[in-house]
Design a protein around this ligand. Structure first.
Ligand code: ATP
Ligand code: MN
Length: 477
């Protein structure tokens, strides 16, 4: 067998003579045992070299990080710890690796250090496991929608609708920053810019996705989104990936059902297809917990947590119910919250969301019917004229993972809401057109892909679940 992946090799049920594999050395012990990994799975294969058969000059080149081509026989292992091993008959050094200089040593590195070496961090078990899970989850996203009658829409990355993220967008321009053209009011003249108007990177594909839902019925986008919010938190990136389904004729309840079934499907998919990587990450967390005081340890292991979400209904509560719980809870009464809950209408901060999910309900929570004032203009106004058909899904350890709503499909109300917040309906003429020509109720949501991966891997910093994170002051690689 030539150029077989180590994953396939280790799935073998019998011994094989003469296989060739390629990979990178993880460790080289006792001048005899090479652990070789090619990224195909968390497992490395043990390759046994009889040093009497090889030149010492070749063996000297084998360090952690060296790339090798190895040919040998796959036999049942003599030692414990692995079923099979390779008895090496031929060994070719493809690329040497200076062990003094190579940043990834066979020891524990801090995540900060590995972030600075993000181009090499997937040589470690932890990061290769995370990125395989990321890949698998992306596939599962498409799989779910494809098998449920959704069409995949590529919404634009450059947009001119600044309605959503006022002040949080990255501008896209070809104007000379040193001497931009000015208009008669001495302001920058964007009519001279590349697109003839101000443009920026998208913060969400929703508005465009709505136009497709109102023709193809069930659609989704899955692409990068950009937010110039200067919040250096462990849950925010400046560039992140968002999954946004949008469905015609669906109301808020249908939206909640869709989001819940979708999240459960994704998590079930990795339990069924990526259990080795999950087990590895679970063990990592168990080891990490041992170094922590009892009260800071995880109550459930990673896989138990995932299964718990798969097997239990999400708790659905209205904003008003959530508000009452928070107003009367101990940390609020004892003034332990940074932002105290006093008046109906207050936005929920992450400390409140975490209290509801982790302390009160102890399960994923969907909060719906939020005060209109704290939500976007396109959400459907309820009959009380105070709340909108919004829903956020909160996950343990993560906080908000999904934000969605039933959309306002009545033209007059939509126009009024836009005017109220200072968005000119004419700037979004194509969006309001949907309410003129065959309007219908429709709904959708946005799932932050990296927040889902954080939950699925147990990683606590969002920078560690995307290959090359972009955050304020950081766009290396
Ligand atoms: P948050 O309050 O956490 O900032 P948001 O209300 O701004 O979230 P939405 O605009 O509703 O979020 O976006 C939908 C989803 O996208 C969120 O539920 C979250 O999962 C994800 N998300 C939002 N902002 C970011 C970000 N800066 N980095 C990564 N994911 C994000
Ligand atoms: Mn935000």
């Amino acid at each position: 067998m030539k150029n077989c992946s180590i994953k396939d090799l280790l799935l073998s049920t019998k011994t094989i003579s003469k296989v060739t594999i390629n990979g990178w050395v993880r460790t080289f012990r006792a001048n005899r045992f090479i652990a070789l990994n090619d990224g195909s799975s968390i497992s490395s294969v043990q390759c046994v070299v009889d040093f009497e058969n090889f030149d010492e000059s070749i063996l000297k080149k084998i360090n952690t990080g060296t790339s090798l081509e190895i040919t040998g026989d796959l036999v049942e292992s003599q030692g414990s710890g692995q079923k099979f091993e390779i008895i090496v008959s031929n060994l070719k050094v493809l690329g040497e690796c200076d062990s003094e200089e190579f940043p990834i040593q066979p020891k524990k590195h801090s995540f900060e250090f590995l972030r600075e070496n993000a181009h090499l961090r997937t040589r470690t078990n932890t990061f290769s496991a995370i990125m395989r899970l990321r890949s698998s989850l992306s596939f599962a996203v498409h799989n779910y929608f494809n098998s449920n009658g959704f069409y995949y829409v590529h919404t634009p990355i450059i947009t001119s609708s600044d309605a959503e993220g006022a002040g949080e967008q990255f501008r896209v321009t070809t104007l000379d920053p040193k001497s931009p053209p000015l208009n008669e009011n001495s302001e920058v003249d964007f009519t001279k810019d590349f697109f003839g108007k101000e443009t920026s990177l998208t913060v969400s594909g929703q508005l465009e996705a709505e136009t497709y839902a109102m023709s193809l019925g069930k659609v989704y986008t899955f692409g990068p989104t950009f937010r110039a919010e200067n919040s250096n938190t462990s849950r925010h990136l400046s560039e992140f990936w968002m999954i946004e389904p949008e469905v015609a004729f669906m109301d808020l309840n249908g939206n909640m059902d869709l989001a819940e079934s979708f999240l459960k499907y994704l998590l079930k998919y990795i339990i069924q297809n990526n259990i080795e990587d999950l087990q590895f990450l679970e063990q990592r967390l168990i080891n990490e917990d041992k170094t922590k005081p009892q009260n800071l340890r995880n109550e459930m292991t990673l896989i138990d947590k995932i299964n718990f979400v798969i097997n239990n209904d999400f708790m659905r509560v209205s904003y008003t119910e959530a508000f009452e719980i928070l107003k009367n809870c101990k940390p609020n009464k004892k003034k332990k919250f940074k932002y105290l809950i006093e008046n109906w209408g207050a936005d929920l901060q992450s400390e409140h969301e975490r209290y509801l999910v982790e302390k009160h309900f102890k399960c994923p929570v969907i909060i719906y019917d939020y005060p209109a004032k704290i939500k976007a203009f396109y959400m459907k106004l309820n009959e009380d004229n105070k709340t909108v058909k919004a829903m956020d899904i909160l996950f343990p350890g993560i906080g908000e993972i999904v934000g969605g709503s039933q959309r306002e499909e009545r033209l007059d109300i939509l126009n009024k809401k836009m005017n109220d917040i200072g968005v000119n309906p004419e700037d979004l003429w194509w969006y309001t057109d949907l309410r003129k020509f065959g309007t219908a109720q429709h709904s959708g949501f946005g799932l932050g892909f990296e927040r889902l991966i954080m939950f699925a891997t147990g990683m606590s910093n969002i920078r560690d679940v995307i290959p090359f994170p972009r955050t304020p002051q950081n766009a290396e690689f």
